[in-house]
Design a binder for this molecule. Structure first.
Ligand code: GLC
Length: 693
């Protein structure tokens, strides 16, 4: 059951692709007790009972239950993801209220800022305030939490599906500068047998940070280098930034200026901001012509053999606006430095510290939306979405057969059809390992399935135990990439782990690929979540609702990563009896059946805890060094079969764009026979290829 209300004259975001007519007449949602607030029709409120829970809001700080904080949808380039913040890089305005009086969900479709006060100002009240400008409000109802998500997903369209190789392990670091740096990284992995499928190329591959260029001194024959890497089963994935460098003779800049494809100042001149390349213009990706133009520039790299990209700095990040930089410089110049008292000092400090990403600067420039000049702040949250959409739409034309890997830093609902996201510039902190886990289901609710965090943490120095524990979560996330910032401690996994643990744990990911790829594809094609909070599976179980550090991954398994330093295990809550596989590698594990309830479960530093639900199967292959080498002709099953179990394995060629569930699912069945001495018989077309673990 979905109802839509339109307020004012909204800018079409194309987040929702289903045709839903707007309700006529005035807004009234007595049904779910949502009321228009005191601030008029731009604020809504809902009275929260003590135990009501709030889910959703996609990429965000804090826990899975969002109650008790104020979240602001305002795509922000902020690398300090502390719990004091209100916004991260994405704007995902979908929220579920799981209340004593029933359940409903809502989606605010608006490119401007939206504040979700989830019991922050008043513990008993949810208040949503939409900034100036039109918007649409969708109300969804269903009996179950999973039903609400499914309903939402059915109106926003299918999630992006990357090529299968993009489920392999990727190594990244801001600091690899030339072909030899990358060769060294590949060698490091291959020599130690650490599996690897891709190496990411951060900004230094470009010529002075100019999009769609390759520095020829550092990469003398780039297409040949791409081929050389492919021969080693490595895909290179370059970064593309939003800002286009202002430089005479640079064709992206010259074409953009000539065609009026950049964002404008109020006087019609091109807006100037500062990002990595120095002075830049921003492509006006909200204008379909400019979007198509920018997207087709990716062809330069596709022609060189590239098959994947990450889009960055597309909130858009603004180190400075030229206008304000000059203002700030003048203020500094005009300040007499001889008698700087403490107040003067703080004023100076504020000027300097607040130059980047200033809210006022986002009001200075304009987009061409259907021929109208629209100030950026009205559509701010749609920028990264449309930059990534530019690439996604171009790839449909430029690579009609083959899937291309694409993910972005900034996003809005709707972008989930074009690409995935990574969770931005996290830190090498234990708390960010947990944050990584907690963001997964919220993102899945909003359609973002291809996602993952910078494993090991981007900023700050990582430690061997943090890297390993984080990897033990990372092996389950579709995007599995180790990325770190310039100047931080190097954290390539092959540089750690004298006992081979990193190789064994990454190997486990490759062995689990038949299951993980199946679960991803079924979630993408069926409009479901891959990472599910326990509260969604056991809604009547009060303890399950409290459990925010464990997740279901697909239908068969529950994960419970260790996220505390020096812990030799952790408490795990089992809503029902499960079989625990304590895995040290794809071939080394032990298993035990645990009853429902609370347990302290030991997990040595190199052990992954995988809990299999009763009457479920998990198909695994042998470990491999890259995705193409995963041999699915022999499967091994993790199993907990008390009576019988069935699993639908999805497989395809991993690269064709046209994907359907039909024709790609094969059922594996298993039955327990005898009682004392339990025997499990596997049947179905795959039975001859299956063995038990
Ligand atoms: C941004 C990105 C980060 C990247 C860096 C340099 O901070 O989020 O991943 O390494 O820019 O390009």
């Amino acid at each position: 059951m979905i109802r839509k209300y339109v307020f004012g004259d909204p800018i079409e975001t194309e987040a929702v692709i289903a045709q839903i007519p707007a309700e006529p007449g005035v807004f009234t949602e007595d049904h779910v007790r949502l009321t228009a607030g005191t601030e008029g029709m731009h604020a809504f409120s809902y009275g929260l009972a003590d135990k009501d829970r709030i889910y959703g809001l996609g990429e965000n700080i804090r826990g899975i239950n969002k109650r008790g904080w104020r979240y602001i949808s305002n795509c922000t380039d902020d690398p300090n993801h502390t719990e004091t913040k209100n916004s991260l890089y994405g704007a995902h305005n979908f929220l579920i209220v799981d209340g004593a009086d029933g359940r409903f969900a809502l989606f605010i479709d608006a490119g401007q800022q939206v504040v979700f006060d989830c019991g922050y100002t008043d513990r008993q009240k949810l208040t949503i305030t939409v900034s100036e400008g039109g918007f649409a409000l969708y109300i969804l109802e269903s009996d179950s939490l999973l039903g609400l998500v499914h309903e939402f997903r059915s109106i926003i369209g299918r999630s992006y599906i990357p090529p299968k190789w993009a489920f392999g392990y990727g190594q990244s670091r801001w600091g690899y500068k030339c072909a030899d740096d990358i060769r060294r990284v590949v060698r490091g992995h291959r020599e130690k047998g650490v599996p690897l499928d891709s190496v990411y190329m951060d900004i230094d591959y470009m010529e002075r940070f100019k999009d769609f260029t390759v520095n020829e001194e550092r990469f003398p024959d780039f297409p040949a280098f791409v081929e050389e890497m492919k021969a080693e089963h490595i895909h290179l994935v370059p970064i593309i930034d939003a800002g286009v460098k202002i430089e005479e003779g640079y064709p992206v800049y010259e074409e953009g200026v000539k065609n009026g494809y950049f964002c404008k100042n109020a006087d019609g001149s091109d807006f100037v901001g500062g990002v990595w390349p120095g002075r830049v213009h921003f492509p006006d990706v909200l204008n379909p012509k400019a979007r198509r133009w920018f997207g087709h520039w990716y062809q330069v790299l596709l022609d060189a053999g590239i098959e994947g990209f990450w889009n960055d700095m597309n909130e858009p990040a603004l180190f400075y606006s030229e206008a304000h930089l000059q203002e700030a410089a003048k203020m500094l110049k005009d300040t007499k430095m001889d008698n700087v008292d403490i107040w003067k000092f703080f004023t100076l400090k504020d000027i300097l510290l607040n130059i980047a990403n200033r809210p006022e600067d986002y009001k200075l420039f304009y987009h061409n939306v259907c021929g109208k000049m629209v100030p950026h702040d009205r559509v701010h949250n749609l920028y990264g979405y449309n930059m990534t959409r530019a690439a996604g739409e171009a790839f449909e034309e430029l690579s009609p057969e083959k899937r291309i890997l694409l993910f972005s830093r900034s996003s809005y609902v709707g972008m989930h059809r074009s690409g995935g996201i990574w969770m931005g510039d996290n830190q090498s902190w234990w708390s960010h390992l947990l944050l990584n886990l907690q963001m997964l289901p919220s993102l899945n609710m909003c359609g973002f399935l291809y996602t993952g965090a910078d494993l090991g943490g981007f900023g700050a120095d990582g430690t061997e135990d943090l890297l390993l524990r984080w990897l033990e979560l990372g092996i389950f996330t579709p995007l599995m990439r180790n990325h770190s910032a310039l100047g931080t401690r190097e954290q390539e996994f092959y540089q750690f782990g004298a006992d081979d643990s990193f190789r064994r744990i990454i190997g486990l990911r490759y062995a689990l690929l038949p299951y993980l790829y199946s679960e991803f594809m079924k979630a993408a094609l069926g409009g479901e979540m891959m990472f599910v909070p326990l509260a969604f599976v056991w809604p009547e179980d009060a303890m399950a609702a409290q459990t925010e550090d464990q997740l279901m991954v697909g239908e068969s398994i529950m994960i419970a990563p260790v996220y505390r330093q020096n812990a030799d295990g952790r408490y795990v809550y089992l809503p029902e009896e499960m079989k625990l596989y304590r895995m040290r590698s794809a071939d080394d594990m032990d298993a035990e059946i645990l009853p429902a309830g609370q347990h302290y479960v030991k997990a040595a530093l190199d052990e992954v805890l995988v809990f299999v639900r009763a009457n479920h199967l998990v198909p695994m292959a042998a470990s491999a060094e890259y995705v193409d080498a995963v041999d699915t002709s022999h499967l091994r099953l993790l199993h907990f079969v008390k009576e019988e179990a069935a699993y639908e394995l999805y497989d395809d060629d991993g690269i064709s764009r046209s994907v359907t569930l039909e024709g790609h699912l094969t059922e594996i069945r298993a039955k327990a026979e005898g009682d004392g001495d339990l025997k499990i018989c596997v049947s179905g077309a795959l039975a001859p290829r299956c063995g038990l673990i």
